[in-house]
Design a protein around this ligand. Structure first.
Ligand code: BDR
Ligand code: CA
Length: 305
């Protein structure tokens, strides 16, 4: 990693969100300016609590957490406790003793992205895109100052994971996704086709150990997730891949696409399909899984991989 990276992580923790955040925390040269939360995997109160609890467990309560949207731009969130557990994390963390900052997520994002010289801050969005869309709506020029915006979301040329066509983050707030995707901002969309290239089997995951504090927390999440449900055989590193691409873009080959988001309330709700025209959205294609796992294992000092 050549230059120090300044990051804001917009997130709905979430087991895989937690792993992605721990990866970033394990990189000494990264300055995490803050976490902004959004409802998604579980309700907003819980994603915010989880963000604070995770930072505390990692000894990083100095990183501010700003609370964002509890509802999508249209409708209500349909949570995913069946995957992440009723509390959103597969490992119980002590309740945080720190509160979120008083500023809301949108204002916090605005202040952080515009505080430095343009092109310094990377935004990594790991949940529904409600906060990001709201900022774009309210102050369209702010996010132009971001270096880039890495989004985990979509199922472009792949089956969805909520419906046959839709991926969870986009399905949760397609109206926001449409705003962000059509914004002309420098978006990289790390979709399910990319993420499915980096999974780990139960056997492999259960054999891992680490003496690194972030590594231990990661394994508590990962192994806890497998323990909760004996039929689970594979964990896909959705949000961690988006984080890895933010840290080392060369992990994946990419193409440029133009995308449409399904906004009709039928089976295409939340679908992300190529519109056929030339586009400005960066879409990862082939993921170098060896390099991804090298980064994960190296940062978190995982042993037994
Ligand atoms: C995405 O949905 C959430 O459940 C995960 O945290 C990830 O961001 C994968 O579709
Ligand atoms: Ca997530």
């Amino acid at each position: 990693m050549a230059e120090p990276i300044k990051l804001i992580i917009d997130t709905d923790p979430g087991v895989d969100d937690a792993v992605a955040i721990l990866m970033a925390l394990a990189v000494p040269e990264i300055k995490i300016l803050g976490l902004t939360t959004v409802g998604g995997n579980v309700p907003l109160a819980r994603t915010t609590r989880n963000a604070l609890a995770l930072l505390q467990a990692a000894g990083r309560s100095d990183i501010p957490v700003a609370k964002g949207a509890s509802r999508p731009l249209r409708g209500r969130f349909k949570y995913a406790p069946q995957f992440h557990g009723p509390g959103g994390l597969s490992h119980r963390l002590p309740d945080p003793s720190v509160d979120p900052v008083t500023k809301g997520a949108v204002e916090f994002l605005y202040d952080q992205v515009t505080a430095d010289e343009p092109g310094e801050v990377t935004v990594v969005a790991l949940g529904p895109l409600t906060n990001i869309a709201q900022l774009f709506w309210e102050r369209p020029f702010a996010l132009e100052q971001a270096k880039n915006i890495i989004v985990m979301g979509g199922a472009v040329n792949a089956p969805g994971n909520v419906t046959p066509k839709a991926e969870f983050n986009i399905y949760s707030d397609p109206v926001a996704a449409e705003v962000v995707i059509a914004s002309g901002l420098p978006i990289t969309l790390v979709d399910l086709a990319a993420c499915r290239q980096v999974g780990i089997s139960r056997e492999q995951a259960m054999g891992l150990r680490s003496d690194h504090p972030m590594g231990r927390l990661t394994l508590n999440m990962l192994q806890g997730w497998f323990r909760k449900e004996p039929s689970r055989q594979r964990f896909e590193f959705y949000d961690p891949l988006a984080m890895a691409i933010a840290l080392e873009p060369a992990i994946a080959t990419v193409t440029k696409v133009d995308l449409d988001v399904g906004l009709e309330e039928n089976e295409s709700w939340g679908e992300t399909s190529e519109s056929g025209g030339p586009g400005e959205i960066t879409l990862p294609l082939e993921v170098n899984s060896t390099r991804f796992f090298g980064l994960l294992v190296g940062l978190l000092e995982l042993k037994g991989f």
